[in-house]
Design a protein around this ligand. Structure first.
Ligand code: ADP
Length: 295
């Protein structure tokens, strides 16, 4: 496979072409196409049942698509499944840790499975904020610590593609923040990251681009900013204290060349107290596009 793998850095790390999957007669994924570049975090945003986990299971080679093609690092996943599985890092929602093993033991065990001989488990635990707890048994770990260990485990083979299913769902803020930091760091090192979430704040804060998925289909794919600007309302809300002492609130639509003049008019003749943008959230945009919310 190594020879046939395109060496160019411009090949998308993940390429999904018109992929479908059915559970019996129920079609869960209905013709999905998207790409993830090296160094990019793609957020897969959609409500429960949208088809996110099914897509992830196809990307990790657990399920075979009933139609379409998946390429990882330029190679066909259907033909090079095992080799590709060795190059990717995966973290699923299901927690499959061994309570009687320590954090370090988990990482060493996974390193052996991947044939990694020079693992610096201490450094990896440090990255996920578990440096002082690495020798403790996982039985005594909190939910957030377990999830951080799952992330560390996904990184033992220094993957070029990282696939994470709801990595910070229901976690304490510190663990969620740590995990987001590690994901960004990994992308900055050139890894392609695909993360599923139903949390619009997470998608907005973490992803370079966001894919909206609902009922097994892709509704939009753009930067969070692009999605909000294309479909959201663009306006600013100003509060001005008038000469009479009264506080007036005015909304200025940002919809053309005269926006600056309208904003100047709205603040004239008073003391400007506050300016807020009335930006749509990703959830607002999602509802407008799909007709349903993320909850
Ligand atoms: P998400 O991860 O976005 O919550 P899933 O990929 O888990 O969505 O589910 C997509 C659809 O496929 C849903 O309608 C779900 O009920 C169905 N589904 C998921 N897993 C199975 C399964 N093992 N057997 C039958 N249907 C399933």
């Amino acid at each position: 496979m190594t020879q046939s793998r395109p060496s160019t850095q411009t090949t998308p790390a993940i390429s999904v072409q018109d992929v479908r999957f059915s559970y019996g007669s129920r079609e869960a994924v209905r013709g999905l196409s998207f790409e993830v570049a090296r160094g990019e975090v793609l957020g897969f945003l959609g409500p429960n049942g949208a088809g996110k986990s099914t897509t992830i299971k196809m990307l990790t080679g657990q399920y075979r698509p009933s139609a379409g093609r998946i390429e990882l690092l330029g190679s066909d996943l259907a033909r090079h499944r095992e080799e590709l599985q060795g190059l990717i890092g995966v973290c699923f929602e299901e927690k499959n840790l061994y309570p009687s093993l320590s954090g370090v033991e988990h990482l060493r065990f996974f390193a052996r499975l991947h044939g990694v001989k020079d693992l610096d488990s201490e450094a990896l635990l440090e990255r996920v904020g578990l440096a002082t707890r690495g020798r403790d048994r996982v039985a005594g770990y909190s939910k957030g610590m377990r999830q951080r260990l799952m992330i560390a485990r996904a990184l033992v083979n220094d993957p070029e593609v990282l696939i994470l299913d709801e990595p910070s769902d229901g976690l304490d803020p510190v663990s969620a923040q740590t995990i987001r930091g590690v994901i960004r760091e990994q992308a900055e090192g050139g890894c392609a990251v695909l993360i599923t979430t139903h949390d619009m704040w997470e998608a907005d804060a973490l992803a370079d681009r966001v894919a909206f998925i609902n009922e097994g289909k892709l509704f939009a794919l753009d930067t969070p900013e692009g999605l909000k600007l294309a479909f959201g309302k663009r306006s600013v809300r100003v509060r001005v204290r008038l000469a009479s002492g009264e506080v007036a609130e005015r909304v200025v639509e940002l919809d053309g060349e005269e926006s600056a003049e309208k904003l100047a008019q709205a603040t004239r003749g008073g003391e400007l107290l506050t300016i807020h943008t009335d930006e749509a959230t990703l959830e607002d945009v999602f509802v407008r596009m799909t007709g349903r919310g993320l909850a």
